[in-house]
Structures are given as structure tokens and as C-alpha cells.
Design a protein around this ligand. Structure first.
Ligand code: SAH
Ligand code: SF4
Length: 394
């Protein structure tokens, strides 16, 4: 095997508790929903809040999947819970580890559909990239997921479940007797940059992120969660108010003509409308900066004039510009900009006073990089001709 070849390990054989039909899953319920479920199952109303806190800690702080292990609950109460509910996370059916340490999980959800979750380790932190939909309704012409039709929205349990299954795989749950925060976190950041448009699955994403941020569980700060949107304008203010996480926006072009071709949602909400919604976000969410994602496509959006227009457009918005070298996928109708072009573009942006990190492509050897995710079962739905039609290049 070549030194930098990806290591593929089939984990189908690793035993894990699979969802057994019928019993409602507690993973993904908000605290209020969990309380209602417990009361409906016979928990006295006066005790419900305390029981929610106890069960919550077992599930989200300790990573326990078995009611029998919840030793601060009475034995018959544990048995009752076990007969009525389950604690289930989606099943990992395949795990690939890139030469650079990036891990890609192929995750099977109810109905046999598959999504991908990617863990990107860095020296002082680790980022988990999670999916919010199987496929996507949008058809951004440079995005592999965009060639796959929307199959369905993920549930809140399937979204937060991706964090839990990655913690399982990384061995990140606290050991018995170990308190919170004693070890550096392997998953220190979450990005909603996997498959799907998170703002077209707003409620489930919101509930899952509320669970991830809850201080008695996974306990990730809202500043370490970044939601990336292609620009679903009507949901942006709601994101600030109901989630309050960091926002990234797939900007990618500096004229409506080009953005219409790259990010077709621009035909509905154009650049000016999008920028108006973004201007209010930092104040509404009390967060510092918006990240403008900009994919570098050779000869399409990467000129000096584009760089200058970009900084003019975002003037007055606290921002960071994240330049993403295009990640190629089979049949893609674009090429990655040359490195000297990316550097020249970054330089103009930097000189205008913006941080302009170039995102290092990670996990390319296992097709785990941004925009390359696509579920194996649904692969190849659109033909090359259809992709070309979306780009307006025909
Ligand atoms: N639907 C959301 C989030 C998922 S995509 C959105 O569009 O923002 C996450 C990021 O990857 C977006 O900025 C997207 O534009 C970018 N992306 C998609 N395909 C890509 C590719 N082939 N190369 C580089 N970035 C890509
Ligand atoms: Fe969907 Fe985002 Fe890909 Fe566009 S870039 S097709 S919105 S996942």
C-alpha cells in the first residue's frame, strides 16, 4: 500500500446497540420534550425536572446508552425506562481514515439512507463537520452534494447523534470519576458544513444545537459552533435569535450574474438582500464576525477585480473571509484556481483589513473535503449534462 494511501476499516462488525423498532428514542429530545415523555410514561410531574436532569447527564455527559447503568435512578424506574424508550445513535457502517488523520464516517440512518460526518483533527483542536440533510434541495454547481436530490431532512436525534457517534469512536466520553473539562477536547468545534442546507431543516438543527450547547451535557460553547448557509435569508435572523451560533455564508461570487450560476438560491435572494440580512446578524446573535466562504474556481470568480469587489461589498460587516480551494470531484465542471492566484486574491483581501485564511484541504484522499460529501447509496443521480445545465455552461 502506498505510504499516503487512506486506511479503510469496515466497522460493520463492531457491535453496537441498534435502534429496535417501536420504542421512542430519547436522543434528540429537548429538555421540555424529554420531560413530557417521562410524564406520559408515568413519572410524577413534581419529579420530572429532576429526572430529566439525571437522564440528560447520563446520555449527554457520560455517553451512556443503557438504562441499567443509570445508577442514581431506582431499579424499577430504570426497568420502566428500558421497556418504554431507547437511547440510540445512528449506525456507523464505514470509517475511513485519511493519511492526514481526517476521519470520514459513513452513517446509516432510519430508512437505510446514508450521510457522511467528518472529523478533522488539528494540533490544538478538532472539528466535526456534520450533515443536516440527506442530499440537498439546492443545486450549487460546484458542490458534489448538490448533484444529489434531497432525500430527507435529518431528525434532531440524527444530527446530535453524529456528535455522539464520533465521541464513541474517538473515546471522548469522560471515564468513570473523571470530571468535565479534565482532558483537552478532541471535538472542540462543530461545523454544519456537511451534506445539506441547515436552514432548510431549521427546527431539527436548532434543537440538536441546543442539546450540544447545554452545559450539563456535550457542553460546546455557541462560539464553537458554526452554521454554514448558502443564503436562506428569511431564516438568518431566526438563527441569531434561536441558536446564536457563529454564521458562515457561502458567498462565492461578487456579481449576481456569477452567483446565480454558482449558488442558484441567489436567484431568489440576491447579493444585496443577503448582505442586508447579514448586516444585522452580529448584533442579533451577539457574535463577533461572520465568515464569508469563497470557493476558488479557476477563471470563474478568482480575479483581482473579484477580490476588490468582494471587500467593497462586505464593507461595514465584521467579517473574516475563508478562501476554499475548490475540491474536485469526478465529473465536476470546474478546476481549482492556481496557488499563485489564490495567494494574490488573499493578499488583496488581507490588505483591505480582513483575515483571509486559505482553508487547507483535508481528507482529500478519502473524498472527505468540503463539498465532496455525497452518500454512496444516492451517488450519480444527475448526469454530467444536468450538472452542466446548472452551471449555465452548456
Ligand atoms: N449547505 C451549506 C453547508 C454545506 S456546504 C452551504 O452551502 O453553506 C459547506 C461549504 O462547502 C460551503 O461553503 C460550500 O459552498 C462549500 N463547498 C461545496 N462544494 C465545494 C467544493 N467542491 N469545494 C470546496 N468547497 C465546496
Ligand atoms: Fe446544498 Fe450547500 Fe452543496 Fe449548495 S453548497 S448544494 S446548499 S450542500
Amino acid at each position: 500500500m502506498a505510504a499516503n494511501a487512506p486506511i479503510t476499516q469496515d466497522v460493520r462488525t463492531i457491535p453496537r446497540k441498534l435502534p429496535e423498532g417501536g420504542r421512542p428514542n430519547l436522543v434528540g429530545l429537548t429538555r421540555a420534550q424529554l420531560g413530557t415523555a417521562l410524564i406520559d410514561a408515568g413519572t410524577p410531574e413534581k419529579q420530572a425536572r429532576m429526572r430529566v436532569g439525571q437522564i440528560w447527564q447520563w446520555i449527554y455527559h457520560k455517553g451512556v446508552r443503557d438504562f441499567a447503568a443509570m445508577t442514581n435512578l431506582a431499579k424499577d424506574y430504570r426497568a420502566m425506562l428500558d421497556s418504554r424508550f431507547e437511547i440510540a445513535v445512528p449506525e456507523v457502517v464505514d470509517r475511513q481514515i485519511s493519511a492526514d488523520g481526517t476521519r470520514k464516517y459513513l452513517v446509516r440512518i432510519a430508512g437505510g439512507h446514508e450521510v457522511e460526518t467528518v472529523y478533522i483533527p488539528e494540533t490544538d483542536r478538532g472539528t466535526l463537520c456534520i450533515s443536516s440533510q440527506v442530499g440537498c434541495t439546492l443545486t450549487c454547481s460546484f458542490c458534489h452534494t448538490g448533484t444529489q436530490k434531497l432525500v430527507r431532512n435529518l431528525t434532531a436525534g440524527e444530527i446530535v447523534g453524529q456528535i455522539m457517534l464520533a465521541r464513541d469512536d474517538l473515546g471522548e466520553w469522560p471515564q468513570p470519576g473523571e470530571g468535565m473539562g479534565e482532558r483537552p477536547r478532541l471535538i472542540s468545534n462543530i461545523v454544519l458544513m456537511g451534506m445539506g442546507e441547515p436552514l432548510y431543516n431549521f427546527e431539527a438543527v436548532r434543537d440538536a444545537m441546543q442539546i450540544a450547547m447545554d452545559g450539563e451535557g456535550i457542553s460546546l460553547s455557541r462560539r464553537r459552533i458554526t452554521l454554514s448557509t448558502s443564503g436562506v435569508v428569511p431564516e438568518i435572523a431566526r438563527t441569531a435569535q434561536e441558536i446564536g451560533c457563529m454564521l458562515a455564508v457561502s458567498f462565492h461570487a461578487t456579481t449576481d450574474e456569477i452567483r446565480d450560476r454558482l449558488v442558484p438560491i441567489n436567484k431568489r435572494w440576491n447579493i444585496a438582500t443577503l448582505l442586508d440580512a447579514l448586516r444585522d446578524y452580529p448584533r442579533l446573535s451577539n457574535s463577533e464576525r461572520i465568515t464569508f466562504e469563497y470557493v476558488m474556481l479557476k477563471g470563474v470568480n478568482d480575479s483581482d477585480a473579484d477580490a476588490r469587489r468582494l471587500v467593497r461589498l462586505i464593507q461595514g460587516i465584521p467579517a473574516k473571509i475563508n478562501l476554499i480551494p475548490f475540491n474536485e470531484w469526478p465529473g465536476a465542471p470546474y478546476e481549482r484556481s492556481d496557488w499563485d492566484r489564490i495567494e494574490a486574491f488573499a493578499d488583496i483581501v488581507y490588505k483591505a483589513g480582513y483575515a483571509s485564511p486559505v482553508r487547507t484541504p483535508r481528507g482529500e484522499d478519502i473524498m472527505a473535503a468540503c463539498g465532496q460529501l455525497k452518500s454512496a447509496t444516492e451517488r450519480g443521480r444527475l448526469s454530467r449534462a444536468e450538472i452542466a445545465a446548472h452551471t449555465g455552461l452548456t
